[in-house]
Ligand binder design. Structure first.
Ligand code: UT7
Length: 354
């Protein structure tokens, strides 16, 4: 059976930074609370559309794989913060890239969207229905945050990460993957005010709300079980694993998960301090950053593990190929902006209260 392998990687991290101190200057919180409870120091705020970030990340991934946009036959955008309800953000990315030969769809599995997308891409490739899939995790989540909801407003940030997925040529590629969901506890993480259920009803403010404590517990159990299964199904032990890419929701969730896995702390990649929780973007963003920093060795055994709204979870075991350098590079970037992260969120908050 044909196995899927990641042959290109890229990311987009918007320039405007929003620090914990910025947040503490406009709401009842502190750098100390956010840092000790979550591990986050700052996050990015995108003035550009979700599909713009996705397109930048995708352009870097295509260049890294040595491909043109026309070579792609399937685009998936894993997101829960798409540009619009209709059409799929992937269709707008297809247009912005000029990927004229690609089918396009969005995958909404919350923060687990990239793992779900990987599972689908693997199935398409194994069945011979696609040769080159472009999978992008992209979230512009800051517009959905309400500064009056302090327990969520401090946790999330914007960003995108992308992967080109092709049929494996050698030993490399996906060795295991599992995904799951439990809709009975769907309401512990939800976005109020957007969706057909709200139309024709009394207006509700648009904002993400969550039961952090319930999610915390479910995330540790879900990520541990998914990662353990991915390790076992790949025929590995914890010792065999070279690098783990956990979803970056909370450093304490990551630490608690890793303690339960038989994997050394030094093998866990984290960048939550710089970007916060970027939902479906967090895993591909981290993977791209790690590759560019030389953290992924040829033939490395990787575990990707996620958890999020739905509730959903999933994990994958991947053997990386021989190539850890991009074939070519792209100069794609978001349009420059003079605005700070704080300015952007305060302008939005003013419109919310108007
Ligand atoms: O991406 C997947 C989905 N997301 C997650 O998996 C997130 C899961 N949950 C979490 O990361 C954590 O539960 C949080 C970071 C959300 C909260 O951490 P916690 O240690 O569970 O804190 P808590 O909810 O128990 O809140 C403790 C206190 C409360 O005050 P009282 O009632 O003890 O007086 C909150 O009101 O902290 C207060 N608090 C804050 N204080 C300062 C809540 N948010 C803030 C804030 N700044 N931003």
């Amino acid at each position: 059976m044909r196995r899927a392998a990641i042959t290109g990687w890229g990311r987009c991290t918007p320039d405007p930074v929003l620090t914990n101190d910025d947040l503490a200057s406009v709401m009842d919180t502190s750098d100390e609370w956010i840092t000790t409870r979550s591990g986050i120091k700052e996050r990015r705020v995108s003035p550009a559309e979700n599909s713009d970030m996705a397109t930048v990340a995708a352009s870097h991934a295509l260049a890294a794989a040595g491909l043109e946009a026309e070579d792609i036959d399937y685009i998936m955008v894993a997101t829960c913060t798409g540009d619009r309800q209709i059409p799929a953000t992937a269709c707008r990315v297809q247009d912005k890239l000029g990927a004229t030969n690609a089918a396009a769809l969005d995958v909404n599995a919350g923060c687990t969207g990239f793992i779900y997308g990987l599972n689908l891409a693997n199935g398409l490739i194994a069945a011979g229905s696609a040769e080159r899939v472009l999978l992008i995790g992209s979230e512009r989540i800051t517009p959905f945050l309400d500064l009056e909801e302090r327990s969520t407003a401090v946790l999330f940030g914007d960003g995108a990460g992308a992967a080109v997925i092709e049929a494996a040529r050698g030993e490399e590629g996906l060795r295991s993957i599992n995904v799951g969901s439990d809709g009975t506890i769907a309401d512990v993480l939800t976005c109020q005010g957007v969706g057909s259920s709200y139309i024709g009803e009394p207006p509700v403010p648009i904002r993400i709300v969550m039961d952090g404590t319930a999610l915390f517990r479910a995330a540790v159990l879900g990520m541990t079980a998914a990662a353990e299964k991915a390790i076992t199904d790949a025929g590995w032990t914890g010792d065999d694993v070279d690098l783990v890419f956990p979803h970056q929701a909370n450093i304490r969730i990551i630490d608690a998960t890793v303690r339960r896995l038989d994997v050394d702390d030094a093998k866990v990649y984290t960048n939550i301090a710089s970007y916060g929780n970027t939902s479906a973007a967090s895993i591909p963003l981290a993977l791209s950053e790690a590759l560019d920093a030389g953290r992924v060795e040829p033939g490395a055994k990787l575990i990707l593990v996620g958890f999020g709204a739905g509730l959903t979870w999933g994990a994958a075991g991947i053997v990386w190929g021989d190539r850890v350098e991009p074939i070519t590079t792209s100069d794609a970037a978001l349009p420059p902006t003079d605005k700070t992260g704080l300015q952007i969120i305060m302008e939005r908050q003013a419109l919310r209260s108007a």
